[in-house]
Design a protein around this ligand. Sequence first.
Ligand code: DC
Length: 246
Amino acid sequence: MAQNISPSRHPAHQPVVITLDGPAGSGKSAVAHQLARYLGFQHLDTGAMYRAVTLDAIERGITQNPQAMASRVGELNLDFDWNRQPAHILLNGRDVSEAIRTPEVTRLTYVSADNTAVRTVLVDCQRRIAEKTGRIVTEGRDQGTIVFPDAICKFYLDADIDVRADRRINELAKKGVLVTKIKMVEELKNRDAQDKSRAIGGLAVASGAIIVDTTLLTPKQVVEELARHAAEKIAEAAGAADAVKP
Ligand code: DC
């Protein structure tokens, strides 16, 4: 049952934002979605946006041309269908929520994540979505560090690489894609290195973020822990706002 525990906006008319950052397989997506539902917030999957830009680049044959990608991103219309649970991503009106999950898109997404012009456009788009929706749980790599440094509550999720690999293997197996453990561990290590070394928007723990190790926790336990912290932060912010009212 959704808990509507916050006012629709921050006292200063800022959107109420909760950020979840962390490496691939840390459990962010499932947890962000459930936390958002529990709190009555929207869930923004920013990785889906980088994937959609990559899918478009693959289709146009420009993945190895950063300049072409930089000019193309300004022409793209990225949106979400918020009536779906989780929200479906729309690329120029086309629902690409399945097409962005292929191994090819996953492998090539670094080309949009490493492109400064792409990042600038997507960061701006993410802030506009937060403004529009008012209350958002947003997940990615740079949400607490770059995009929403003033978020009301920030989390950094992590887990042992073995467990992260098992989670990804199980997710892919449900879609009929079989990957060995050795290959998945190697793939995750590569992605971690790419995500952490990115000059702008690289994966890092945001200042003030609560670090949660999900290795031994079920998604339900993680959601409960995050919801407890989020409720405290929201109550603190509401109390602080009341204190300054004339
Ligand atoms: O969360 P994901 O695996 O769907 O993200 C795909 C890639 O997109 C990831 O390897 C790094 C990049 N990304 C990013 O650079 N910044 C974000 N806010 C989200 C994702």
